[in-house]
Design a protein around this ligand. Structure first.
Ligand code: PBG
Length: 324
């Protein structure tokens, strides 16, 4: 054959493939979620997230030092709240001496340059396991937003660089921005979980924090996975209200949403490669059905290629090792 154009020319060696690769992962892309527990010198493997741990604060600080040494520059903190401190108001969430607030301080003291982002939602602190305050079986929006503002201010006061509201209440980004401004935290950023879907893939995370909803589901606040246009509406509203970074969550069953959002906004877009996505790769690898290392890189590359500027992922350390 005499062909005018041969596409395989650009694929014939590693050298040419890496020169023309459109998407490249690096440590700068990743946000590392950390699960923190009360106590000392203990790490507990999360059964549905093999290889991932909930650790006490002392060990978390050691982990953060290691992450920094690997070039990972941001962490996203989650804490496990003791049952006896949970109630319907979620007030432990803004306790100035709470585990989250102590964790923020300890991490910023140990590694001041590490970007500390904090999950803002009531579910770990709620006796109902919901992201908001419950009245007559309903998750009430406006009282919840007031609680989220208090929570965000207390994180900022402890030294958080970004608060990351993951609750999907209406109007919370604007209220949090105003609350931060009023308290003088003009440098604290907001990474909003803007398009967060009601997903079955959060299951392992809820095991990690013991935060599964006690009744019903989260469909009156998290989005319906049938919808795409709505993700753009939610995201644009969050940007208008003051979100510095927006997020699509989950990532893998939502790559089309990531692209749609990326094409619609001019702020950085993050995506959360969530617990169930981690668990699926781990489980298939354990069965010997896929190659774990290759699956990690292919998955993370697909999320970046879809349009994510940042990826929150439990595979961050693995990825850095594999890229190294
Ligand atoms: C809490 C929150 C959840 C996740 C992050 N923040 C769970 C939920 O909304 O039920 C999920 C993260 C993961 O599955 O990895 N609002």
């Amino acid at each position: 054959m005499i062909l005018q154009r041969r596409n395989r020319i650009l694929r014939q060696s590693l050298a040419i493939r890496s020169m023309v690769a459109e998407t490249k992962l690096s440590a700068d892309d990743f946000i590392v979620p950390l699960f923190i527990d009360e106590g000392s010198d203990t790490r507990i493997e999360i059964p549905s997230m093999p290889g991932y741990y909930r650790t006490t604060l002392d060990l978390t600080v050691e982990e953060v030092k290691e992450l920094w040494s690997m070039g990972l520059k941001s962490v996203l903190l989650f804490i496990k709240c003791k049952d006896e401190w949970k109630d319907n108001t979620g007030k432990e969430a803004w306790n100035p001496d709470g585990l989250m607030q102590r964790a923020i301080k300890a991490i910023k003291d140990a590694v001041p340059e590490m970007l500390v982002m904090t999950d803002v939602a009531l579910d770990p602190y709620s006796s109902f396991g919901h992201d908001g305050i419950v009245e007559n079986g309903q998750i009430v929006n406006d009282p919840t937003v007031e609680a989220l503002v208090k929570m965000s201010i207390s994180h900022a006061r402890a030294g958080a660089d970004f608060v990351a509201p993951s609750d999907m209440m209406d109007g919370r980004i604007g209220a949090i921005r105003q609350g931060l401004e009023a308290e003088g935290f003009s440098n604290t950023g907001i990474m909003s979980y803007s398009a967060k879907y009601a997903s079955c893939f959060y299951g392992p995370f809820r095991d990690a924090l013991d935060s599964a909803p006690g009744f019903g589901d989260k469909k009156t606040y998290q989005m319906d996975y049938a919808n795409r246009t709505e993700a753009v509406k939610e995201t644009l509203m969050d940007i208008e209200e003051g979100a510095d970074i927006v997020m699509v969550k989950p990532a893998l069953a939502y790559l089309d949403i990531i692209r749609e959002v990326k094409n619609s906004v001019s702020v950085p877009v993050s995506a959360y490669n969530i617990s169930g996505e981690y668990a699926m790769i781990k489980a298939a690898a354990k069965m010997g059905w896929i190659n774990e290392d290759k699956a990690i890189l292919e998955t993370l590359t697909s999320i970046k290629r879809a349009g994510a500027d940042l990826i929150a992922t439990y595979f961050a350390k693995d990825a850095v090792r594999l890229l190294g």
